[in-house]
Design a protein around this ligand. Structure first.
Ligand code: PAF
Length: 257
């Protein structure tokens, strides 16, 4: 049984997770739940696109077995005092700018695992820090679930697919391409022999700065297991960027070869 946990507002990135699950599992469940505990007080929980009918229409084309779309009160009991927190990791990268986010993610994913008892769960590499947190949670709690990471799916112009891309104005949509360009520049520097993280980070920052309307949140070269910074961007290193384009926070990354 394969589980594809989602917040809904499904796009081709989610469908690629579903198709990967379908290819290697007898049964596939997709959860759709806009999880309140992973949104900070000033974040977009209220605004987050809720497109349940369109999501179901997309999934109808994929021959899956279950759509699990619980109401919040089915998931969180009133006054619940129990959360799952992966210490340390949850405060790094996205966790540094989104306090409490990874506690919410670990808690809901643990709850979904308890409800669905999947053998495998499928997540996109775009949320690379989330993957590190969940891998550690699965390991520390000894959960019998294999976490499968699926490649980032991009629009034809290179923008990583995200439900939040629909917040972007036409102009912001163009500006957002700078995230991918910054990763391409880092890739080119690595191909030319550069491995020093500081230099690579400076390269990405200078490309991001070429779009004055884009505000950098972080640029990091990190160990993908610990999310701690590394001095040298060796094979397996996570190179990740996060930036605000207008009011929308976008992330992108690559695993260095
Ligand atoms: O990556 C997401 O969409 C969410 O964080 C997840 C894993 C569905 C948990 O709510």
């Amino acid at each position: 049984m394969g589980l594809v946990p989602t917040l809904g507002a499904l796009h081709e990135g989610h469908l690629s997770l579903v198709r990967t699950a379908k290819a290697c599992c007898d049964a596939v469940a997709v959860s759709i739940f806009v999880n309140p505990t992973q949104f900070g007080p000033n974040e977009d929980f209220a605004l987050y696109p809720r497109t349940f009918d369109a999501d179901c229409a997309l999934l109808a084309g994929e021959d899956i077995d279950v759509v699990f779309a619980p109401a919040p009160e089915e998931i969180y009991r009133a006054g619940a005092a129990t959360f799952v927190e992966v210490e340390g990791l949850s405060q790094r990268l996205d966790g540094a700018s989104r306090p409490g986010h990874f506690r919410g993610v670990a808690t809901i994913v643990a709850k979904l695992f308890i409800a669905a008892e999947p053998d495998r769960a499928f997540f996109g590499q775009k949320d690379a820090a989330q993957i590190a947190v969940l891998r550690r949670m699965i390991f520390d709690l000894g959960l019998p679930v294999e976490l499968v990471v699926c490649p980032i799916v991009r629009e034809s112009d290179g923008l990583a697919m995200s439900s939040r891309n629909r917040y972007l104005s036409q102009q912001e949509r163009q500006q957002a391409l700078v995230l991918r360009r910054s990763l391409d520049a880092v890739q080119a520097a690595i191909a030319a022999g550069e491995r020093n993280s500081e230099t690579l980070i400076a390269t990405a920052r200078s490309i991001l700065a070429s779009e004055p309307e884009v505000r950098i949140d972080y640029v990091a070269a990190a160990d993908w297991a610990t999310l701690l910074p590394v001095d040298q961007a060796l094979p397996g290193t996570l190179f990740a960027v996060a930036a605000w384009v207008g009011k929308t926070r976008l992330i992108d990354n690559m695993i260095i070869q």
